[in-house]
Design a protein around this ligand. Structure first.
Ligand SMILES: C[S@@+](CC[C@H](N)C(=O)[O-])C[C@H]1O[C@@H](n2cnc3c(N)ncnc32)[C@H](O)[C@@H]1O
Length: 374
């Protein structure tokens, strides 16, 4: 298996170079309106936003900033295939403009516009993101009633274009079977509150300072959403690419990807992290297998039956849907003409180095079954 990844340094408000219905999943995080670090970006996208800020008109600036994002949301609707999904990570903002402190509800504004475009909103994920900002106690402190609660979460809006995606042809069906996630992963990941992402593996976080300045999301957030909402061989688009987290996570997960970024200065950061994609992708797959083995250990300790058997790995799995899981190990990454890269994957079911990945007590495997395998 091979995947291709391409970066376009241009303005995502015009995506004419992408054909209609050519994208399976959008995963993105725009600049956040009314968060001061993005004022300059928004002033460049919309002079009206800059002028409104200058005259202390918070509501006007909020509207103008959102109007400058709307052409991108409209283009996403066009390029998504029917049944394709868009995951949009967005946080609300609190800010004092013209002497008035208020909440600027970015997620609500984007959701309302997505509804107008025809998207079908699905339940969103609240990403709990504790803040250590000094503004933790806002307003009147210990005195009622003028204190404000602290924003400690962001949203991942989940939108679908039209009805549920069909997997009609045999190839699509097969890719879907191989892309199933483990039962215990499903239970954890399909919760609507994510609490576990801080301090998670930062495999692609070579330069945390740059990542923080650019509003990068954690690689684990991108990787997980890609596994949840696409199948191997799909194409994932990020129109606000930043440091390139989506492209690298898509490559780790065996998906193709396209990224659009308006600032050419990000080229260095996007391409600098590429040598980590293969080792990080392999390590993440190994961790998924090890976590599954640990889950099987707990099942055994609790005497819970795990009835089905993985066809490729020989270990037990809870449901029939998991029996076809096939994890493609990234093997080699080649940079192509400075604007993209390709990744090849090992096609054969992996023989994992059992000594390195087996837990101290091997999991219960059926008679004649194999011990998994890296
Ligand atoms: C919140 S950051 C994305 C961070 C990214 N998720 C990551 O992990 O690094 C938003 C990015 O969108 C870019 N951007 C803003 N407006 C854009 C536009 N119209 N077209 C393309 N990129 C744009 C900004 O330069 C910025 O890098």
């Amino acid at each position: 298996m091979k995947t291709a990844h391409r970066v376009h340094f241009r303005d995502a408000r015009k995506m004419k170079f992408l054909p209609d219905a050519s994208i399976d999943l959008v995963l993105t995080s725009p600049p956040y309106p009314m968060i001061a670090m993005w004022d300059e970006t928004f002033t460049a996208l919309s002079p009206a936003a800059g002028k409104a800020l200058k005259r202390g008109d918070g509501r006007g600036a909020f509207s103008a900033m959102h109007r400058s994002l709307e052409p991108v949301w409209a283009e996403l609707y066009r390029v998504l295939r029917p049944g394709g999904l868009a995951c949009i990570n967005i946080g609300d903002a609190t800010r004092t403009v013209g002497g008035r402190f208020m909440l600027y509800p970015n997620h609500a504004r984007i959701l309302a516009f997505a509804l107008e475009l025809g998207f079908t909103p699905l339940p969103a994920i609240l990403w709990r993101k504790p803040t250590n900002a000094p503004t933790k106690f806002l307003g009147s402190g210990m005195f009622p009633a003028g204190a404000y609660v602290t924003l400690e979460h962001e949203y991942i809006l989940v939108l679908r274009k039209s009805d549920r995606r069909e997997f009609d042809d045999p190839d699509a069906k097969q890719r879907r079977r191989e892309s199933a996630i483990f039962w215990e992963e499903r239970n954890a990941w399909f919760s609507d509150v994510w609490m576990d992402l801080r301090g998670s593996r930062q495999a692609l976080g070579r330069n945390e300072a740059v990542r923080a300045r650019s509003g990068a999301f954690p690689p684990e957030l991108a990787y997980r959403l890609i596994l949840m909402f696409s199948v191997k061989g799909d194409t994932v688009l990020d129109p606000f690419l930043g440091t390139g987290t989506t492209l690298k996570s898509a490559a780790m997960a065996g998906r193709n990807s396209v990224g659009i970024e308006i600032q050419k200065e990000f080229r260095g950061e996007i391409f600098a992290g590429l040598e980590e994609v293969v080792p990080a992708g392999r390590a993440r797959i190994r961790a998924r297998i090890d976590e599954h083995l640990a889950f099987l250990e707990r099942c055994r300790a609790e005497q819970r039956a795990v009835k089905h058997v993985s066809r490729h790995y020989g270990f037990p799995v809870v449901t029939r849907q998991e029996t076809g899981i096939l994890l493609n190990l990234p093997e080699e990454l080649r940079v192509r003409d400075g604007e993209g890269f390709e990744v090849s994957y090992r096609a054969d079911p992996h023989r994992l180095d059992a000594a390195a990945s087996a837990p101290a007590t091997p999991p219960a495997v059926p008679a004649g079954g194999q011990i998994p395998l890296f």
